[in-house]
Ligand binder design. Structure first.
Ligand SMILES: Cc1cc2nc3c(=O)[nH]c(=O)nc-3n(C[C@H](O)[C@H](O)[C@H](O)COP(=O)(O)OP(=O)(O)OC[C@H]3O[C@@H](n4cnc5c(N)ncnc54)[C@H](O)[C@@H]3O)c2cc1C
Length: 295
């Protein structure tokens, strides 16, 4: 029986773990893939205080080092269900079952899918949801990015530095991202904007070779990077949620069930960024500690 189990080791979960260790609590940090979460696959982070610029891989490496210094080694397991009612929380993973007095949910978010023909079929063979992870496979090739928010703009910029040409396809005329970012994109000679357009089909034989774009017809590309928003990883938690599936918390990160806290991109936060996720993690740790003290 642990004091607190934290599910997810992105910025929110990792910082929560560090705070809880500093409070001297007995914790378990459970992660299904890698430390750093979405931040690990970010090309460049230039809005985290104290780091003028740092790439995502180095940022996550630093988080791992900091966890190690706090004698916290994340357990690798994929949590598939939870029993959160009552004083003992049961966390069920693919490998093991875990028990604790309190739980912090820091499972973050994942990319939304386009939902077009060919997307599932060519996933991993030209369809990607992470330019920083897979962009290098398409060096000097022609690729497409779908989306119009900050992530799509960032990915188009990153790809323009390594690919021959990037089509940025967005269903509206205006981008939803920061003005300075969209201006940077518009200045790039090898980014062609296809606005008020949508990808309607992804085609190929063994790998992606074409996309069909509304009003433009077929375009030859070697890869499609989908960046049309995120979905909170909250399905397994039977808690109060927004219509988008974000777990609802108060400003202390408390959820609708006692002893359960949520932090970062998985909750109804107004801003989904590293700094806000980390701040949420610190608050969740404080609240979990106080919950245990009052019991
Ligand atoms: C391409 C890209 C660029 C970005 N650039 C920036 C930027 O420059 N600046 C900035 O501030 N923000 C940026 N962001 C946003 C930022 O990365 C996120 O807001 C932040 O990582 C959220 O942290 P989190 O800990 O809440 O969730 P996540 O980072 O999503 O971490 C959640 C973790 O939980 C794990 N997990 C999920 N489900 C389970 C489960 N069932 N069992 C076990 N583990 C699980 C995941 O594997 C993951 O490691 C970017 C995001 C992307 C995708």
């Amino acid at each position: 029986m642990k004091d607190v189990i934290i599910i997810g080791s992105g910025p929110a979960g990792a910082l929560c773990a560090i705070y809880l260790k500093r409070y001297g609590l007995d914790i378990e940090l459970i992660e299904k893939s890698f430390v750093g979460g979405q931040a690990a696959v970010t090309s460049e982070i230039e809005n985290y205080l104290g780091f003028p610029v740092i790439d995502g891989a180095e940022f996550s490496f630093n988080i791992s080092k900091q966890l190690k210094k706090m004698e916290t080694k994340p357990i690798k397991d994929d949590i598939v269900s939870v029993e959160l009612l009552g004083d003992v929380k049961k966390i069920i993973g693919k490998k093991n079952e875990y028990f604790s007095k309190a739980v912090v949910i820091a499972t973050g978010a994942r990319r939304r899918k386009l939902g077009v023909k060919g997307e599932e079929e060519f996933f991993g063979r030209g369809v990607s949801y992470c330019a920083t992870c897979d962009g290098n496979f398409y060096r000097n090739k022609v690729v497409a990015v779908a989306g119009g928010g900050n992530t799509a703009l960032e990915e188009a910029l990153f790809l323009s530095g390594i690919c021959q040409k990037v089509y940025l396809i967005h269903r509206r005329e205006d981008f939803r991202g920061y003005l300075w970012l969209s201006e940077k994109v518009r200045e790039k000679e090898n980014i062609e904007l296809l606005l008020s357009s949508e990808i309607t089909e992804i085609k190929g034989d063994d790998r992606v070779s074409k996309i069909v774009v509304s009003g433009k017809g077929e375009i030859d590309v070697s890869a499609v990077f989908v960046a049309i928003g995120t979905i909170p990883n909250s399905e397994i938690f039977d808690l109060e949620k927004t219509s988008n599936g974000e777990i609802i918390t108060d400003n202390k990160m408390s959820c609708s069930e006692k002893g359960v806290f949520a932090c970062g991109d998985v909750r109804n936060t107004v801003m989904k960024q590293i700094i806000t996720a980390a701040a949420d993690g610190a608050i969740a740790a404080e609240s979990a500690m106080k919950y245990l003290m009052e019991k």
